[in-house]
Design a protein around this ligand. Structure first.
Ligand SMILES: Cc1cc2nc3c(=O)[nH]c(=O)nc-3n(C[C@H](O)[C@H](O)[C@H](O)COP(=O)(O)O)c2cc1C
Length: 274
């Protein structure tokens, strides 16, 4: 009895009632968090919770728990100044290398620049190359459009780290056919799937998802690769047969608010042949 009075209750049944109330409050809170997450996901995916019937509720839980790392990635183009620790960079690149690759060829190489002056200089190289290439364009509309893209091609300039993804050689049947005499134009039809680049893209997607899952921002960028030669010469990277496939800034996102442009409805991009 003394024990119950220390707890501020007069009987064991009152104690049980209070415990039950506390338990109910915790369950209620957990449910509210879960519902909020479902609503958030519904707004991201454009699917309303109301279309999901009770029996399908389990699908939402699976989606939330298992796919969250996909939906939380967004292109990030502005960053805080904090440096990215080298150990973090290494772990992200390791995650990238766990992507699948044709014949397990792993024909990728990553170069990471963390000096902000060098990153700014790389952006400047892109600006200069943009100006140079625009002189080859023949219509005002094309020149304006290309020059107007230079900002989109240099969004990495304020990031604390820049990752350059290089693609190495990957021999396909098309290469073998050309080597044995098939005209290049004819052999090209067998090269369209470009597995060598698919390998690097798979690694890059791993990298982007891994970074987002630990709170970092990235932005997949191929725009600046028209300055690939200048960039590679500037950083002094020259690995036989490797070319710059894409780059991404890496850093803590400047804003907590992140979003992505809408996606095409699944029905528009999916054909199921039963
Ligand atoms: C192959 C590829 C190239 C891209 N190049 C650029 C680029 O040069 N500059 C840029 O700001 N974003 C670039 N992006 C990012 C896209 O604009 C972005 O992924 C798309 O608008 C969807 O937005 P989300 O990434 O936030 O989902 C590129 C994305 C991919 C996959």
């Amino acid at each position: 009895m003394k024990y119950l009075s220390e707890l501020g209750v007069s009987s064991s049944s009152e104690l049980h009632r209070l415990e039950k109330e506390q338990e109910d409050a915790i369950i209620k809170k957990m449910k509210a968090v879960e519902d909020a997450s479902i609503r958030q996901l519904a707004s991201i995916t454009g699917i309303s919770k109301s279309v999901i019937d009770k029996d399908n509720q389990i699908d939402w839980e699976v989606v939330l728990m298992e796919f969250e790392f996909i939906y939380k990635r967004h292109s990030v183009r502005q960053f805080k100044e904090e440096q990215v620790p080298e150990a973090t960079i290494k772990e992200l690149i390791k995650a990238a290398t766990y992507a699948p690759s044709g014949n397990n060829q792993q024909n990728w190489h990553f170069v990471v620049v963390t000096d902000k002056n060098k990153i700014a200089e790389i952006a400047q190289l892109v600006v200069e190359k943009n100006a140079e290439l625009s002189t080859y364009l023949r219509t005002e509309a094309k020149i304006k459009a290309f020059k107007g893209k230079v900002g989109y091609h240099t969004v990495f300039k304020g990031a604390p780290a820049l990752i350059l993804a290089y693609a190495g050689p990957y021999e396909t049947i098309a290469d073998m056919l050309v080597a044995d005499g098939m005209p290049q134009a004819e052999a090209m039809q067998y090269a369209k799937s470009n597995p060598g680049i698919q390998n690097v893209a798979a690694a890059l997607e791993n990298l982007h998802l891994a970074a987002a899952s630990i709170g970092y921002g990235t932005c997949w960028m191929t725009g600046p690769t028209y300055a690939a030669q200048e960039i590679s010469a500037y950083i002094g990277f020259n690995k036989q047969g490797y070319h710059l496939a894409a780059i991404t800034p890496l850093g803590i996102p400047l804003s907590d608010k992140r979003s992505s442009p809408p996606r095409k409805p699944v029905e528009d991009v999916l054909t199921i042949i039963g």
